[in-house]
Design a protein around this ligand. Structure first.
Ligand SMILES: [Zn+2]
Length: 226
């Protein structure tokens, strides 16, 4: 059956009142459900709501809910809760409101793009051929990242009545320097940009070796070319 979801950020729901917004989405917009972001990277957004201050919402990102610590007992990555939540957990109120109104609830997880996790767990950050760490991206080849994402999905699906969880950025960062927050003086061209964007962390080198690739030779060639 065709369904219409409205994509929402939790801070926007809190700003205008969770029940009020959900009521409007159901009654005025005719939505069948809402999709809320439950794990996201750094944000800076204008708040278009009446009477809010400051007008710009800034956050380092992280989890947009209070995690069940037990779900992460075996993971080396520790969950980082977005600082704006403090001790609150508006996701629980959103889930209750959706059930009351007959709205379906989905969660959106931004997987490997996370300044909050990369800065606290450098051992899982994407690493370029020179050994420099990506400030905002976790390597999807790293078993600890995979374990953490599995725990996150398990925590969310156990603790909340989600109809579905959408995972995006369960990948390497896009090629090019944009997401590294650095500029390259020389025009590297598409090949150079691609090589500079490749991850050469220990997990990637190990996976490449397992596929019969000489990772050390590839790294030497990439270094010389760059
Ligand atoms: Zn890697």
């Amino acid at each position: 059956m065709f369904q219409t979801y409205v994509s929402c950020h939790l801070w926007d729901l809190v700003d205008e009142g969770i029940d009020e917004v959900l009521g409007r989405l159901k009654g005025e917009a005719g939505a069948d459900g809402v999709s809320v972001t439950v794990a996201c990277p750094r944000v800076g957004l204008l708040r278009p709501h009446r009477g809010v201050s400051p007008r710009t919402f800034r956050s380092e990102g992280g989890l947009q809910f209070q995690p069940n610590k037990d779900a992460y007992a075996a993971t080396r990555l520790r969950p980082v809760v977005a600082e704006w939540l403090r001790k609150t957990n508006p996701l629980a109120a959103v889930a209750e409101g959706c059930e009351r109104l007959g709205l379906s609830l989905r969660g959106r997880i931004v997987g490997c793009h996370s300044e909050a996790l990369a800065s606290r767990h450098e051992f899982v950050a994407v690493k370029d051929v020179f050994g420099d760490l990506h400030p905002a991206w976790l390597c999807p080849s790293n078993p600890d990242v995979r374990e953490y994402l599995r725990a996150l999905v398990s925590d969310l699906s156990t603790s909340y009545p989600f109809a579905a969880l959408e995972i995006e950025a369960a990948s390497f960062p896009p090629a090019g320097g944009r997401n590294w927050g650095r500029e390259t003086c020389a025009d590297l061209g598409p090949t150079g940009e691609w090589l500079l964007g490749l991850c050469f962390c220990e997990s990637c080198r190990q996976a490449a070796t397992g596929e019969g690739i000489d990772a050390a030779a590839a790294a030497r060639a990439a270094t010389v070319l760059l």
